[in-house]
Design a protein around this ligand. Structure first.
Ligand code: F1P
Length: 344
């Protein structure tokens, strides 16, 4: 087992490049296809990575381990199995990895937070997220660090497909700017607390997103469910008209991240549909985005880079769930019915 850290090469506190050891690099170089397997929050991190890997020209599928382990998967030639897990002990993910041995994968790589875990022991190479101890049952910092790890992997994979040194520098600089951007988002806590007040009497909430912000919306909905017990669902914004719109009325809060990206106009038109049915909008938008809607609450985020925007926009959604839970008086660290590691 090759255990590597993910800082890349750091000089004077600056990330200079994303570099992995030669065993990891050799495995990444051979991979024609990536199959990601994970559960819960880690699965959502994998879904974000799918968008990133595909942008880099690498084909990728993502599946929950609890299904994959029982399926007779047909594995394309040259496939790399990638597992993602905070604990490294999730029984479904571990079983999927063990079962994959006879399926013809070129190797297995895990993105994990616990060096001495079973998943790390059972994988060919492992990348440690080093998020520290997750005290709460609901993953938060494990999620953001998993995304950082997956972004570094995206750089490594993109190199094979002709990533220029200028493009690589942009991607590395985006990661380097993350700590400062996260600090700024954390300063929105008071405003997010105010927003959270409007959720405490709600039974349901809808989270919308497009592109990599769809899995970000899934993660926002999961956090709200896990710690505040409000029923929350995420939908790709374009699917709204295929069913969930029937649920939207004045009592339905709709949460949406609005980064400055190519799908923005489409998302805004989906939000018009929500407003036309009286749905209450809670938005987190890039400061450059012009919002032409009749009523909404919005918090603005500035100078967020496109490559790392899914990481930054996850944080206000985590904070929203946290403040709703505090207002409702639920235990944010120990939600009912949930275990930190699901080992059975
Ligand atoms: C997967 C997971 C977590 C969730 C909870 C139950 O764990 O679904 O995402 O927050 O703790 O387990 P892991 O494989 O990432 O440790």
């Amino acid at each position: 087992v090759i255990s590597e850290t993910l800082e890349g090469r750091i000089h004077n506190g600056r990330l200079l490049e994303a570099s992995f050891g030669h065993e990891t690099t050799a495995l990444l170089d051979k991979a024609k296809h990536v199959q990601i397997i994970a559960c819960g929050t880690s699965y959502h991190a994998g879904l974000v990575a799918k968008y990133w890997f595909e942008e880099a020209g690498i084909s990728c599928n993502v599946e929950v381990a609890s299904e994959y382990r029982y399926r007779k998967a047909v594995v394309p030639q040259g496939s790399l199995l990638m597992t993602i897990s905070q604990s490294g002990e999730t029984a479904d993910t571990l079983a999927a990895l063990k079962g994959s041995r006879s399926q013809g994968y070129i190797g297995s790589l895990t993105v994990c937070n616990v060096p001495e875990s079973s998943l790390v022991r059972e994988s060919d190479v492992s990348l440690m997220t080093r998020a520290g101890t997750e005290i709460g049952v609901a993953s938060t910092k494990a999620f953001t660090t998993q995304l950082v790890a997956l972004r570094l992997l995206t750089i490594a994979l993109a190199r094979r497909n002709g990533l220029t040194s200028e493009q690589e520098e942009v991607m590395v600089n985006e990661l380097d700017a993350l700590p400062r951007q996260v600090e700024v988002v954390l300063q929105l806590a008071d405003e997010i607390q105010m927003m959270a007040g409007d959720f405490s009497d709600k039974q349901n909430a809808l989270f919308l997103g497009r592109g990599p912000f769809y899995p970000v919306a899934m993660e926002g909905a999961l956090k709200l469910k896990e710690i505040s017990y409000i029923h929350a669902e995420a939908y790709p914004a374009g699917e709204l008209k295929h069913g969930p719109l029937a649920l939207v009325d004045e009592s339905m809060p709709v949460v949406c991240a609005l980064p400055d990206d190519p799908l923005l106009e489409k998302v805004l038109s989906n939000l018009q549909e929500v407003r036309a049915r009286g749905g209450e909008l809670f938005l987190f938008s890039d400061h450059k985005v012009e919002i032409d809607l009749d009523r909404y609450q919005n918090l603005m985020l500035s100078d967020i880079y496109p490559g790392t925007a899914p990481i930054v926009y996850s944080i206000p959604l985590q904070l929203l769930a946290y403040h709703v839970a505090l207002i409702k008086g639920t235990d944010v660290d120990q939600p009912r019915n949930l275990a930190k590691s699901v080992t059975v």
